[in-house]
Design a protein around this ligand. Structure first.
Ligand code: HEM
Length: 332
């Protein structure tokens, strides 16, 4: 009997052609980008603005304090949890490299907190969503390169974004979370997450991996549809100043231990959240201080003894990239 191969169906042929066409629209990307490549990718989308951070360019500073909880010692021997209340240097920000970004934009908000007990410094550099948009530095660069505005339309090319999504589908998780709600109505009314896991050592029962999160005592509140339409693009700094004149804003810091199967090295994946959270302490924000921390560089791997970085490739890539950005924005 004569054998004839079954031709692929019309839809399969179309899908294969579309996939090939979309990959062809992506620029070549480095599988292992350098710290400068990472900042170049940010500058490529947002431009380079004098004195501004490569990402989270729009922001302001605040001060406050951190009071540890007795439960923290069950997880880690970090001495900062035995030091009583310590001062906190804080910076709130809007994600992205645009220093004029609207406070209403549906992008992540940032919280950087520096705690120093006189001997050690701990920087926490978190965002308002539980996951990051890239599992690896290569995915980070590809995500941004796909969003460089087309010179003709002045908008990102949808074909490049589709091609990126095929190559690195994890980017869609954070975008879906951001699209599901409006921007926070205050920096004091959104949670902030580490995304990465850290290894907590010296507590009871051996080392444990956990992610960190700040929970706002004021509750989580996003802009209403009406506020999204009517508020100006600048309101977050004034809102916090007015709020703090009435009372301090506070956040409880929790460690969320990993359950079996939770991804320890991929910050783009959500966790099951089954093990009980451990209260590590309370951050109290007392005053807005304008731009007095603008020159500070918060390093996500600046950790106290007793808290160690995980092998998350994104966490490993951050500090060297932040150093490049700091050098580019330093006064000359
Ligand atoms: C490969 C991944 C990442 C790269 C390349 C990157 C890059 C940068 C750069 C260049 C800056 C400006 C640093 C400076 O000039 O001081 C920055 C700031 C920031 N990033 Fe990232 N980032 C990454 C991942 C993340 C993740 C996973 C988070 C949150 C979980 C995050 C949160 C922030 C925040 C909150 C700031 C502002 C810090 C401040 O107020 O000074 N970033 N990032």
């Amino acid at each position: 009997m004569k054998h004839t191969a079954k031709p692929p169906c019309h839809t399969a042929r179309l899908l294969a052609a579309a996939a090939l066409a979309s990959f062809a629209t992506l620029p070549a990307y480095a599988a292992d980008p350098s710290p400068a490549d990472l900042v170049d990718a940010l500058n490529g989308v947002f431009g380079q603005h004098a004195g501004a951070r490569g990402s989270h360019a729009k922001g302001f500073c605040a001060r406050g304090s951190f009071t540890p909880s007795a439960h923290a010692r069950t997880l880690t021997s970090a001495r900062i949890f035995g030091a009583g209340t310590v001062p906190a240097e804080i910076r709130f920000s809007v994600a992205g490299g645009n220093p004029a970004a609207s406070d209403k934009s549906r992008s992540a908000r940032g919280l950087a907190v520096r705690l120093a007990d006189g001997q050690e410094t701990w920087d926490m550099v978190f965002i308002s969503e539980p996951v990051f948009f890239a599992a690896t530095p290569a995915s980070f660069v590809s995500f941004l390169q796909a969003r460089v505005a087309d010179p003709a339309t002045k908008k990102p090319d949808p074909a490049k974004i589709a091609a990126h999504n095929e190559r690195f589908p994890e980017g869609k998780t954070q975008l879906a979370l951001l699209a599901a709600h409006a921007a926070p109505s205050s920096y004091a009314t959104t949670p902030y997450f580490s995304n990465h896991a850290f290894r907590f050592v010296g507590g009871e029962g051996g080392a444990r991996f956990a992610r960190l999160q700040f929970e706002p005592l004021a509750g989580t509140h996003y802009l209403s549809e009406d506020e999204e339409k009517t508020l100006p693009g600048e309101f977050l700094q004034d809102e916090l100043g007015t709020r703090l004149a009435r009372e301090a804003a506070a956040f409880d810091l929790y460690a969320q231990p990993a359950a079996d199967g939770d991804a320890l090295t991929d910050s783009s994946v959500q966790w099951s959240r089954t093990p009980a959270k451990v209260l590590l302490g309370r951050l109290t924000v007392t005053a807005v201080t304008g731009q007095d921390c603008a020159g500070s560089v918060y390093m996500p791997t600046q950790l106290p003894a007793g808290i160690e970085p995980s092998d998350d490739p994104v966490l490993k890539a951050r500090a060297p990239a932040y150093a490049v950005s700091a050098a580019r924005r330093a006064p000359r």
